[in-house]
Design a protein around this ligand. Structure first.
Ligand code: DAH
Length: 360
């Protein structure tokens, strides 16, 4: 066997037997590096006669090309094997039982929002949304709460710093979901039937108030709408929500700048084993504010109040959840305590349906 042939079979055997990426790198340096036999052979080409070089150069260069290629191929194979091994070791076993792992649950507020959407969808209401960072006009002015109105002070508003881009006006965190009424009337032709659940903010904190809380707004705009429609809608909603037919509502005259007339709505409760239970009329609990949309609010949205009338209502979602599911401290809603969430949370597959019982 010639020297070249034995060098070739030697290097190819070494290449073949390399078992790791480190090993193949060692082989590469040994076979093709500066101190390698092949590099030494390449150097001899310069001292050869042209005739000899013509014969030897293709042999030496061919050997170098063949070994280079073999090493590259081996390296690629080793890399693929390393990747396969890594993927195999990182495999997730999707069939592993999850019972022992922490499981998420649906927060009671989300559950109640889904229940509301389900109940009102059945009555032909769509769900509307609006921004939580609002301007003064949508949150107050268009709702018939002008700048000097005492209701503004009562809202404990969180204001942003003055904004140069807005003539120095200050944006705010919406204090109620009522601005969604305005946005809906401005963007949509009547007839309108919407509910708008969402986050609201006021600088207030105790057992029944948190700086961030949830409300749902309801709005109906059509021709010939009157208080009877409002009362029937609220009664139907409250009965479906608390899943009791003996729910009694009481409408008390009240005042909101954006409704005329305005009514606060109480729901009757009875006492069972010392606990308050919705239904009956042993006592009354206030659950929402409502009224006929003020003609000025309708006009502010560019509609003719002589043609279009409507009713609106606003209700605290957290309070609804507390009444229905029996929590007594609102602050716990936002503590993120896993024990509380496990106790009061809902399974993600328990989607509320009217037929299944919305709170099932
Ligand atoms: N926006 C009122 C609040 O946050 C609640 C409310 C009362 C909304 C009466 C209404 C309504 O739409 O008609 O206190």
């Amino acid at each position: 066997m010639s020297y070249l042939e034995s060098l070739r079979s030697n290097l190819l055997a070494l290449t073949e037997s390399a078992a790791s990426l480190d090993a193949i790198e060692e082989v590469r340096v040994r076979a093709l590096g500066k101190a390698s036999d092949i590099a030494g052979l390449m150097k001899t080409l310069g001292g050869m006669s042209p005739e000899e070089r013509q014969v030897k150069a293709p042999l030496i260069q061919g050997l170098r090309a063949e070994v280079t290629e073999a090493i590259a191929a081996k390296k690629q194979a080793l890399e693929a094997a390393a990747l396969d091994a890594q993927l195999a070791s990182e495999t997730l076993d999707m069939s592993l039982p999850v019972a022992s792992l922490p499981q998420g649950s649906v927060h009671p507020v989300s559950q109640v929002m889904d229940e509301l959407a389900e109940i009102f969808a059945d009555l032909g209401f769509a769900v509307a949304t609006g921004p939580e960072i609002e301007d003064d006009w949508h949150n107050f002015t268009a709702l018939n709460i002008p700048e000097s109105h005492p209701a503004r002070a009562m809202h404990d508003t969180f204001y942003f710093p003055e904004d140069k881009a807005r003539d120095g006006r200050r944006m705010l965190l919406r204090t109620h979901t009522s601005p969604v009424q305005i946005r809906t009337m401005m963007n949509q032709e009547p007839p309108i039937r919407i509910i708008a659940p969402g986050r609201t903010y006021r600088s207030d904190s105790d057992a029944t108030h948190t700086p961030m809380f949830h409300q749902v707004e309801g709005l109906v705009i059509d021709r010939g709408i009157h208080m009877g429609h409002l009362k029937w809608t609220l009664e139907t909603f409250v009965k479906a929500f608390f899943e009791r037919d003996d729910v009694v509502l009481r409408l008390r005259p009240s005042y909101f700048p954006f409704t005329e007339p305005s009514a606060e709505v109480d729901v009757g409760f009875s006492r069972e084993n010392g606990r308050r239970v919705i239904g009956g009329s042993d006592g009354w609990m206030e659950i929402l504010g409502s009224g006929m949309v003020h003609p000025r609010v309708i006009a502010a949205c560019g509609l003719d109040p002589n043609e279009w009338q409507g009713f609106a209502f606003g209700c605290g979602i957290d309070r609804l959840a507390m009444l229905k599911y029996g929590m007594d401290d609102l602050r716990a809603f936002f503590d993120g305590d896993l024990r509380w969430l496990r106790h009061y949370g809902f399974a993600s597959l328990d989607v509320p349906t009217l037929s299944g019982g919305v709170g099932a």
